[in-house]
Design a protein around this ligand. Sequence first.
Ligand code: 6PG
Length: 246
Amino acid sequence: DYRHVITVADPAALAIAAAERVLARIAANGDRVAICLTGGSSPKQLYQLLATDFYRSRIPWQRVHWFIGDERFVPAGDPLNNMSMARAAFLDQCAPASNIHPIPTATADPADPDRSAALYEGELKSFYGAEMLDHGRPLFDLVLMGVGPDGHTASLFPGYPALEETTRWVVGVPRANVEPFVPRVTLTLPTLASCREMLFEVAGAGKRAILTRVLAGENLPAGRAGSAGETVWLVDQAALPEDFRG
Ligand code: 6PG
């Protein structure tokens, strides 16, 4: 378990650095690749970049599968739907439909987010080919993450029971701690940890306070999330805590 912080100038440089890491993780695996995407605004530039000719032509789309770390109970096509955002930004133009694995929330009952969670857990297990995660064989090649103002990551909010889950791969969250205050479905910490690399993207002055707390080791979800392999925090200058400034 190895965590490091990489600093870049600004959001544009951050998207390029993230795209290069996506390419590197794909190149490192000559077989079927699994990438877990994230929602929020932070990854949008990266997603748009992957759809440009330079990156698009370097990705073997047929063998790359795209998952999502958490989802919100909003209608399909709503820009606040995490997978819809990723689809609009790049997946629908680039990836085969059968390689896109959304969490079923749009057609599901918001009163029962655990039901959607169970369906997605089944899909992940069938993709992985086992009921138990094996330390030597990560589920994902790459897991993208972001950090929220309260220190949440995916839909793992501070103090919520979902954070302590050790058995289930995916759980329902009846109400989010931040906007949109809708039910959510989230992968759990052990599931997210089952990856070769976990990559956080953090940009903007608005993130500096929470990033300072997370990197100082405060007990917050984003700080507890980590890969069994490599954990990388990609941070732009505006978000960089005082202690990390040169
Ligand atoms: C979600 C995201 C969430 C996000 C952070 C950061 O569904 O809300 O997965 O974990 O990464 O809230 O969001 P921003 O990128 O919008 O700041």
